[in-house]
Write a protein that binds this ligand. Sequence first.
Ligand SMILES: Nc1ncnc2c1ncn2[C@@H]1O[C@H](COP(=O)(O)OP(=O)(O)OP(=O)(O)O)[C@@H](O)[C@H]1O
Ligand SMILES: [Mg+2]
Length: 269
Amino acid sequence: MSHSQSDTLLSVRELTVRFGGVLALDGVSFDVRRGEVFTLIGPNGAGKTTVFNLISRIYPPTGGEILWLGEPLTRMPPHAIAAQGIARTFQNIELFEQATVLQNLLIGHHTHRAAGFWADLLFTPAARRSALAARRKAEEMIELLDLQAHRDALVAGLPYGVRKVVELARALCSGPRLLLLDEPSSGLNVEETEDMAWWIRDIRSELGITVLMVEHDMSLVSRVSDRVLAMNQGQVLAQGTPAEVQAHPGVIEAYLGTVDDVASLRRAA
Ligand SMILES: Nc1ncnc2c1ncn2[C@@H]1O[C@H](COP(=O)(O)OP(=O)(O)OP(=O)(O)O)[C@@H](O)[C@H]1O
Ligand SMILES: [Mg+2]
């Protein structure tokens, strides 16, 4: 099956970044298609979060290009990224701990339109409409992700698993076209991971949002991903369906040391 150019939302081309002596990314290329769940896997330090940080424009690449709808993202300032329709969650949850769930979600909407800040303070009719829209969006996400019971609770007092869902809701409040999820299941128990898989599938199927995810839990990866890209030491090892990538000898080797180890593991099983 061939895919036309217009199917591609985000295109990462020969992306390279060097931190001092560390070549964190070394010529990484991949395309994320509209409507898919595309997952980056790879051992610790492979460069997965670095890909997200480059897309978020936290720092510039040393080389290569990121195209968003065909336009170079690397020329846009960081504050323009949310307005482009790209939202993310962080490997270590980033929320305002001393604010309520609802307040955090209203802030999530704000990042989308920083220019409205003064208008909000002056409370013009346009600002009032936009505040209402933000409130509606926040309530909608609370409903969608089943957060009603925690709506007015301070984030600081919430269990870790709930905070992970709040962070997801916060990212969704900006109304993204592309959602970057950095290890959505990290720190979650089996049941919470199961729920997270449902949320991710709902986000794609009900909200029509494209998802680019980093994840270590292979059962979650298999359940929600359309395509998987495996990385190791800043380079691409393999790309394909979850099953194809997990069976790839280079991927197995990167995770488990050597192919001989895997063979002996299989014999022992
Ligand atoms: N800001 C930075 N300054 C210096 N080195 C960095 C920086 N960010 C990442 N690195 C290095 O780049 C490499 C890739 O890191 P990255 O965080 O992208 O890995 P990862 O695949 O997300 O790993 P993990 O699964 O542990 O989260 C590592 O060697 C890391 O130490
Ligand atoms: Mg990481």
